[in-house]
Design a protein around this ligand. Structure first.
Ligand SMILES: [Zn+2]
Length: 538
């Protein structure tokens, strides 16, 4: 074996050439790794919600930006190392802005528009100065190769740490609603009628012009409480609104409770007309719930029957889209992909690309509800309106009092009752208008279901009220039905959302489907690991 010479006197040797090719490739790759690490890191923090496919397009965009920067700075600097380093710094400044702001917000406990703008300015200035200094030094002969490669190495470590996750995930489900997280769900609900779930029911297809099959509107009003709970906890008399509904033929289930205390559990259950089982909770739970909501068996069966399925989108991941929908109604965000929107929100461009506000979604939902369909087919319309649930963005007259695109906002606090009731009053008034327009435009009387996915959390929730009392408030939901007599005959005051479409399938379509025992599962805390079954004795 030849021992390689340590002298540098001789001319270029193959080994040295190979080594320099390898280091050059590493130098070129570094900024790509830096850009990729920002994308993969965000994904690993939200992997429960997003499949790995969502990162493909962002990776391509980041690679294109990195390549463009690299070419330009290579020309300006005259050296590869400097160009690589400057490109990496540029990508950190662009993609890391949101993280800096988030860390600052976490440290100071508040977020102001001024502070965010200041961080943006400082970010740009520091980057500009760094670019100028590095380019000047590079032109004077300074090599930045090692530094550039070191930055790439750090990025590679970030990517590996994110994928391997030796420390677990710190911020999983960060894009969720209601502290949505993993839920532990027992078999209890599924045990209720296993044979009923095991046998696939035949779906009777209906003729396109079948006048006996009405349009169906399933309207979830997030966090809309039952009348007696609103009276007890909010001092609000919802009787006049319910009387208006009854005048229009609605049946109000005035002892209704929700089956689950959180949006994602409740909708995963009601849109599939069954309780959630342990098998769902075992995988990657939150994503499992989301796909149960986005591809629920209830809309799927309506489609199988020949119905058209319109989804009125909400700003929340579960109901922002559906692979089953014939049409998505409501606002169209410029970035339709929620992961890409989150990535953009982490970047220097945060807030610069206008997203529809939460109020925009609410207002557009009512407009879409009452807009007549031109399709001759019967239509199943599902609308999840994240109101009167916080954030409290509208007053009773529909004026925007909080202009935010962030679906955040906590229950409780000194202003909770006032904000909740303002939004509730708006929902009531606007809903009656929409219902009247729907009724006026319908030749066959439609089915309309108005339902809270759960009840409220008043400010009393915060002050250590007994579990049982909080449970009663949280699970007491609005549940009102405009249905044909055959369905109305199956309703009763305590009916829960899991049975909504069982009653409709049986009453309207004559399907041999059983109603399930009405149970409610309550656990508090973000991920309700303490879900307990409550039987309807009270
Ligand atoms: Zn909810």
């Amino acid at each position: 074996m030849n021992v390689p010479s340590v002298t540098r006197a001789s001319g270029p040797r193959p080994d040295a050439n190979r080594a320099s090719i390898v280091t050059n490739v590493a130098t070129i790759l570094s900024p790509f790794l830096v850009g990729f690490s920002a994308v993969t890191w965000l994904w690993t923090q939200n992997r429960a919600e997003f499949g790995v496919g969502v990162i493909a397009r962002p990776l391509i965009v980041v690679a294109a930006i990195a390549l463009a920067f690299l070419v330009v700075f290579r020309l300006l600097a005259g050296r590869l190392g400097a160009a690589s380093l400057v490109t990496s710094l540029g990508l950190v400044a662009i993609l890391g802005y949101g993280t800096i702001v988030d860390v600052m917000t976490a440290l100071t406990g508040r977020r102001s528009v001024g502070a965010m703008a200041a961080v943006r300015l400082v970010d740009i200035v520091i980057l500009g100065v760094a670019i100028v200094v590095i380019l000047v030094l590079a032109r004077r002969g300074r090599s930045f190769d090692r530094t550039a490669r070191f930055v790439g190495f750090v990025a590679a470590v970030v990517i590996v740490l994110g994928v391997v996750r030796p420390l677990g995930s710190v911020a999983e489900m960060s894009l969720g609603l209601d502290g949505a997280g993993a839920g532990l769900v027992d078999q209890g609900g599924a045990d209720a009628a296993p044979e009923d779930l095991a046998l696939p029911r035949v779906v009777p297809e209906i003729a396109p012009d079948d006048a006996a099959h009405p349009d169906v509107y399933y309207v979830i009003l997030d966090g809309y409480g039952r009348a007696d709970a609103l009276a007890t906890h909010y001092g609000f008399d919802n009787g006049p609104f319910l009387a208006e509904l009854q005048q229009r033929g609605f049946v109000v289930a005035d002892r209704s409770t929700s089956n689950y205390p959180y949006t994602y559990l409740s909708l995963a259950s009601s849109l599939n007309a069954r309780y959630l089982t342990d098998e769902i909770a075992r995988g990657e739970p939150y994503r499992a719930y989301l796909s149960l909501i986005r591809s629920g068996s209830v809309p799927e069966r309506f489609r199988d029957r020949g119905y058209r399925f319109d989804l009125i989108r909400s700003p929340w991941a579960g109901t922002s889209g559906s692979p089953l929908a014939d049409e998505l109604l409501g606002p169209s965000p410029p970035l339709d992909d929620e992961f890409e929107a989150a990535l953009l929100d982490q970047s220097l461009f945060r807030g610069l690309v206008p997203q529809p506000s939460v109020a925009d979604y609410h207002l557009a939902a009512f407009d879409a509800l009452e807009a007549p369909s031109t399709d001759p087919r019967a239509t199943f319309t599902f609308s999840h309106i994240v109101a009167p649930h916080p954030p409290y963005v509208l007053d009773r007259d529909g004026n925007v009092v909080l202009d935010t695109a962030a679906l955040r906002g906590q229950w409780g606090g000194p202003d909770n009752e006032r904000g909740y009731l303002e939004q509730l009053r708006f929902v009531n008034a606007r809903l009656l208008e929409a219902i009247d327009r729907i009724l006026a435009a319908s030749t066959t009387r439609p089915i309309i279901v108005l339902q809270g996915d759960h009840g409220t959390w008043s400010s009393r929730y915060e002050v250590g009220i007994a579990h049982q009392v909080v449970e009663a408030e949280r699970m007491s939901n609005l549940n009102a039905y405009l249905v044909p007599d055959e369905v109305a005959a199956l309703l009763y005051p305590e009916i829960t959302p899991v049975n909504t479409f069982r009653a409709i399938d049986r009453g309207l379509f004559g399907e041999p489907v059983l109603l399930l025992p009405d149970e409610r599962w309550y656990g508090d805390g973000g991920p309700p690991s303490n879900l307990e079954r409550y039987v309807p004795t009270d």
